[in-house]
Design a protein around this ligand. Sequence first.
Ligand SMILES: NC(=O)c1ccc[n+]([C@@H]2O[C@H](COP(=O)([O-])OP(=O)(O)OC[C@H]3O[C@@H](n4cnc5c(N)ncnc54)[C@H](O)[C@@H]3O)[C@@H](O)[C@H]2O)c1
Length: 488
Amino acid sequence: MVRIIQAVFYFSQIVFLGLSIIDGVHKRTLYSKTNMFIKSRYCIFMKGRQMMDMYEKLKNKLENKDFAICILGIGRVGLPLALSFAEKNILVYGVDKNSDLLSKLRKRIMPFIEEGAQALLDKSLETGKLVPTEDIGLAVKKSDVIIVTVGTPLDIGLRPDYDQLKKSLEELVKSLEPGKLIILRSTVSAGNTEKIVIPYIKEKTGLEAGVDFWIAACPERIVEGRAIEEIKTLPELIGGYCPRSATLASTVLSILGPDKKMIKMDPTSAELAKLFTNVFRYVTFALSNEYALLAENYGRSAHEIIRALNDDYPRGGVPLPGPAGGPCLFKDGYYLVHDLAFPDFVLMAWRLNEAIPAHVVNRIKKGLQEQGKQLRDEKVAVLGLAYKADIDDSRYSPSKRLVELLLNEGAKVSVNDPYFDTEPLDKALLNAGVVVLATPHSAYKELNPKHISELVSPTCFIFDCWNFLDKKSFSEAKLPILVFGEGP
Ligand SMILES: NC(=O)c1ccc[n+]([C@@H]2O[C@H](COP(=O)([O-])OP(=O)(O)OC[C@H]3O[C@@H](n4cnc5c(N)ncnc54)[C@H](O)[C@@H]3O)[C@@H](O)[C@H]2O)c1
């Protein structure tokens, strides 16, 4: 078919040339107009043909797993993803601008804690399937698929900070050639892919999305610590710019797990879906924290009440209270509402969650006052710096805020966290008047109340932010426990 159209086109060109020579200037306008029309249709046809060829070629490569991926930003999201593709025998260029991180990886050292990742790192470096590199140009050139997983934090004014994304795109477009698939996996505000990224690529390269390259917003939804496991199973939100982009992105991501569900939608809907996911959790946690404050007011335990209301009740599912934070939950609300005039609901949740460390400090002050003491100059040992259990990430951690507030009150604060370079446990506890269990790391389940009572001051009490410790054994060791969400 293509050959026939090409032959007809070339034949028409010869005829038009002949006619224009024979008929002279007078009729040339009519011939030229017809010829221009034929030429433009032919160009559109050939461009479409070329696009189909490129698309089919890429699709075949992806289906046959005969392709390379460039992952831009191999942090807590990008690295587990890179390792998971490498495990599936895909060649991955893991690009990062952080040279310390790259040199650790080359020495086979996992730069952060992630269950199961060390074994995959060893294997992928052995097989050569993971190539850690700073050379984005080379990685983009050699790859058929580019996945962007750089950080998207908040700036000092709590507005989305797109600096990493902008810089990585600036680098990417320098080496972008037609025929590739781009997957945007970082968390961004709704509309980012369609309103910012695609026009930017067009402006800098002249390449048209859906014609010269394919693009999809497929936001990451793993939780840190369980990324390797979840990557294999979590349903994927496939925000394809066009149906072909969606097909290609699903083909790539389904390599990660045979039973993974691919849910197709447009890019803006995918971006919204990701933000809705996290904001829903954050708002729910805020409500549970409000329940905690209410229960305290009534001298009751929110933990017991919530457990009871959830018990065998089909419409239960209320989470237990505790200081909520971390890099995703804290910031994603701002990515959702930053250009809205009425973001009250999300901001109210933020205000409530952010107020919990201050509430904990007030309860500690009250506890000390009852002993006739003040927080100023009292030693407070804070156990846990990470934003959640068994992880070495303290970004937007409520514990950090708690430490800050305690220091502002003039307390002498010592911090222990098994995942950070902090004081050894016994040293942190020595002579403490208050011990705060700020992060429920599994290691703290092993705390020995008797041993602690020998280290801390004789009037010491514990403040448990998570209702995590065994009250009975601590009270037997003469260490009273106050709990967030439980009245006095
Ligand atoms: N951490 C999570 O649990 C999680 C979960 C889901 C989604 N997300 C989202 O995923 C994205 C990445 O988060 P993260 O926690 O992995 O961040 P991170 O800071 O751990 O990783 C980002 C990496 O990108 C690198 N980088 C920055 N600019 C670069 C550039 N121009 N070129 C190359 N590398 C560059 C950084 O050096 C860093 O290593 C964010 O949008 C985040 O909101 C995170």
